[in-house]
Design a protein around this ligand. Structure first.
Ligand code: CU
Length: 148
């Protein structure tokens, strides 16, 4: 009987370490203090388990430029998480997938939902309007990452 008990104790000690190995990085959000839908996206990210640090600014464009958001991919707010840019109303599930896949080596610098699609998180229109999440590369090219 000793071995199974030791194994169980060992596993119970191991479990917290496994959990701690991959915590979600904090999300830094840059948004206008007057932006309502930006705040709702912050709520969506928090509800999905992210710590969110909100930076209210009247110069969101400065941060988009710093992070390398292509002009055509622009939305209302921009964010930074785990070294990646997240532009606009990107679903938390896609951000988590990006953080797990770590495509930095393939030249990917982040995700974007250009404009403000009605059905995206934080916009929350009851109408089911399809929209795409775009992957952004350091060279400025984009590709479809997810369809919702
Ligand atoms: Cu918005």
């Amino acid at each position: 009987m000793k071995l199974p008990i030791r194994a169980a104790v060992f596993l119970s000690l191991l479990a917290p370490a496994v959990w701690a190995a991959a915590p979600l990085p904090a999300v830094h959000v840059y948004k206008s203090p007057a932006c309502g839908c930006c705040g709702k996206w912050v709520d969506h990210m928090k509800a999905s388990g992210f710590d969110v640090i909100t930076h209210n600014t009247n110069n969101v464009a400065e941060h988009k430029a710093r992070l390398g958001v292509p002009v055509a991919m622009g939305s209302c707010h921009t964010a930074e998480v785990g070294g990646y840019l997240v532009e606009g109303h990107v679903p938390a599930s896609d951000v988590k997938r990006l953080l797990a896949e770590k495509p930095r080596a393939a030249g990917v610098i982040g995700l974007a939902v250009p404009g403000m699609p009605a059905s995206s998180p934080g916009m929350d229109s009851p109408l089911k309007t399809p929209y795409e999440v775009m992957l952004v590369r350091s060279c400025g090219t984009t590709a479809v990452y997810a369809r919702h």
